[in-house]
Design a protein around this ligand. Structure first.
Ligand code: FAD
Length: 287
């Protein structure tokens, strides 16, 4: 099916884009890579009179790396996240997770901004950003504000972003040197969304876990930052008992629904298995 007709706008800066959103209200939506929005329009699940293309706005591009944080422009593609060597050195879990998204064709155009702003529980980046404690910079008619990824997701396709705001950049603190990491994803086939995925960061000192962060993807109507699961690891020697407690806490925190990826019991089983795998790999990588 082809989408219904719409008026196409291509502003050259963020202020002009916000003005178009203000003018047309609910009838307008920004488009980044289009790989989530266009399929919805083709299926006539979304009908918009005005599309505001962000491709010509240079201020939404680029990755900058400081001593303790990384700033990623909303229009940075998943392909760029995979191929940027400096980013891979600073926060390697971002490339590891990006490689699990869709296929190369989608990753060449799909953007990190579109992936995190979309609010689709199946998107891989929101959980990862919660695990990393990233924050989102939003620009709107009243100026700019920051929202923590952990506070951004309210329900499926509902976020803390106002309709007239544009997500401009994502700020990610660089984990301490030696932090172990792993992104594990179980999917039905290459290119599919997750049946279950988990992002894990673990710091170890003298055989004890000093800090941990765990987030789960596509196992509730929002990404799940599993605070109690991470707390079960922190301070432990990362023995089997502590890991089992952490996995159980994460499974308690999720709320999957039955769909064509399987019944609830199956999803919980898969979630536990991939989380265990991610924790083991993160521990092995922690130095
Ligand atoms: C076959 C296929 C398989 C896929 N598999 C996966 C997968 O396994 N994992 C995964 O994570 N994703 C997957 N995707 C989705 C893909 O990663 C999308 O590209 C991505 O989720 C959205 O990015 P986009 O740039 O295409 O956004 P768009 O489709 O352009 O926009 C998505 C939504 O975000 C809004 N938006 C976009 N940018 C901004 C911004 N800067 N500020 C405010 N709002 C904004 C748009 O208005 C729209 O509502 C798949 C897509 C396809 C087609």
């Amino acid at each position: 099916m082809i989408p219904a007709g719409f008026e196409y706008h291509r502003p050259a800066d963020i202020t002009s884009a916000i003005t178009i959103l203000q003018t047309h209200g609910d009838d307008a939506r920004v488009i980044a890579g289009g790989h989530s929005l266009i399929p919805m329009m083709k299926l006539r699940m979304t009908d918009l009179a005005h599309l505001v293309d962000l491709q010509a706005i240079d201020g939404l591009r680029g990755i900058t790396i400081d001593a303790d944080s990384v700033s990623i422009g909303a229009m940075v593609t998943q392909h760029e996240l995979i191929t940027n060597a400096d980013l891979a050195a600073a926060i390697p879990i971002i490339a590891e997770a990006s490689l699990q998204i869709a296929d190369p064709q989608v990753r060449y155009v799909g953007t990190i901004g579109g992936n995190v702003a979309n609010g689709d529980p199946g998107n891989d980046m929101p959980g990862l950003m919660q695990c990393l404690n990233a924050s989102y910079e939003l620009a709107g008619p009243d100026g700019t504000r920051q929202v923590a990824a952990r506070d951004f997701y309210e329900a499926a396709y509902f976020t803390a972003r106002d309709d007239e705001e544009i997500l401009t950049r994502i700020h990610v603190p660089i984990p301490a040197s030696g932090t172990g990491y792993a992104y594990e994803k179980q999917k039905r086939k290459i290119g599919d969304y997750a049946t279950a995925a988990s992002a894990v960061l673990i710091s170890v000192e003298g055989g004890r876990c000093t800090a941990a962060s765990i987030a789960m993807t596509n196992l509730a109507d929002t990404p799940v930052w599993a605070e109690a699961a991470a707390a079960a690891l922190a301070g432990s020697t990362l023995d089997d008992g502590a890991i089992a407690t952490a996995v159980a806490a994460a499974i308690d925190a999720i709320d999957p629904v039955a769909d064509n990826r399987g019944p609830i019991a199956f999803k919980k089983h898969v979630a536990a298995a991939i989380l265990r795998r991610a924790i083991d790999r993160a521990i092995a990588r922690a130095t």
